[in-house]
Design a protein around this ligand. Structure first.
Ligand code: CS2
Ligand code: MN
Length: 359
């Protein structure tokens, strides 16, 4: 596996590349142009500027997360073709810089959704938390809460410009049933596949988070059956997954190691995150240590190892530790817990390698 770390860019992330370089085994940065609105072309000069920064520290830029998909593509409006052309141009601009995987999601309106960004874990640290009761009708209240608590930090999928027009967005998505959304996803991918073959870039869809419909809007990539439907729908080796253990793991019915074993050839990118469930349907994010949550991190690492996984991997969200808190940290993306997560993942991996006679 190729260990990576997500970084929000110079001047936009409190963590420096110099800090990241001190985490053992990290060879690449998962990056994006975070000031781009969905649908805009990523220009060569802008990509080159990031490449220069990463080169200074010897990091590769193979994985982009995310090139966000314009709402018109998800809704299936006639204007989608223009945005798809822009997306293709972005892929063509990225490829010469060595980019091999582009992550995206196809969640309508919201990216991941939580009700508390700094929920006490009980040991003095805080983590992202989902309270089922609170995700009912008032989407504006939830969006307002998230934007407030980002303290001006940008977050992909939570662009204030889009969030300011929530009622309008909900109205536009009204005719988009779950089946329609599947069709629109297929249309998008069918259009992109030739460019993926031409550029050598694999598209890796992120799982929906949480993996169920929220506020009456459909979500697609939620379990084993929907993942296999997706892979079959566009049966192309460039149509891949960003398999997020935490997103899937939010539903206790999902057996994440089993899902990994069933589709590992198409997993281009692995997100490792641990989630703890409560009987009332709430969940909290947890440290990567297996026993701190219910996702089964040990068996997930074993599944990847058994499958001979050679793709990219990263710790997903972490808790906020040692002075990280509101205003000083991008929720879920502090330095320390993600670094601890990496060491846990390496611990599992190195032991598995040794047991297989390779380490
Ligand atoms: C990420 C997602 O922070 C996270 O939960 O895993 O936001 C992910 O980057 C996007 O859904 C991918 O487009
Ligand atoms: Mn993820």
């Amino acid at each position: 596996m190729k260990m990576t770390f997500r970084w929000y860019g110079k001047g936009n992330d409190q963590i420096s590349l110099a800090d990241i370089r001190q985490i053992p085994g990290v060879t690449g940065i998962v990056w994006a142009l975070h000031d781009k609105m969905p649908g805009e072309i990523w220009e060569v000069s802008e990509i080159a500027a990031v490449k220069k920064q990463l080169d200074e520290y010897g990091f590769h830029m193979d994985v982009v997360e995310s090139v966000n998909v314009h709402d018109d593509i998800k809704i299936g409006l006639p204007s989608r073709d223009r945005y798809i052309e822009n997306y293709k141009q972005t892929l063509r601009n990225l490829a010469p810089f060595g980019v091999k995987v582009v992550t995206y999601n196809f969640m309508p309106i919201f990216d991941w959704t939580r009700t508390d960004l700094f929920h006490p874990v009980g040991d003095g640290s805080t983590a992202l938390y989902y309270e089922k009761e609170k995700i009912q009708q008032d989407y504006k209240e939830m969006a307002h809460y998230i934007l407030e608590n980002l303290h001006g930090l940008t977050f992909p999928g939570w662009e204030p410009e889009r969030m300011a027009k929530l009622d309008e967005l909900f109205e536009k998505y009204r005719p988009v049933t779950k089946e329609k959304l599947w069709e629109n996803l297929k249309y998008f991918l069918d259009a992109l596949m030739p460019t993926c073959h031409e550029t050598g870039i694999r598209m890796a869809i992120h799982m929906d988070d949480p993996p169920w419909d929220i506020f009456g809007i459909p979500r697609l990539l939620v379990d084993k059956a929907s993942i296999h439907r997706f892979l079959k729908m566009v049966d192309d080796p460039y149509n891949c997954l960003c398999l997020c253990s935490g997103s899937l793991g939010a539903d206790p019915a999902n057996d994440v190691p089993d899902i990994i074993r069933s589709c590992y050839q198409r997993i281009a990118f692995a997100h490792i995150r641990n989630v703890k469930h409560f009987p009332n349907g709430d969940f909290s994010e947890a440290s990567h240590r297996d026993c701190d949550g219910d996702t089964g991190i040990l068996e997930i690492m074993r599944a990847y190892h058994d499958c001979g996984f050679e793709g990219y991997i990263r710790p997903d969200h972490g808790r906020h530790l040692w002075g990280e808190g509101p205003g000083t940290v991008r929720p879920g993306y502090g330095l320390y817990d993600r670094a601890l997560g990496i060491m846990y993942m390496w611990g599992c991996w190195d032991m598995l390698e040794r047991e297989a006679g390779k380490g």
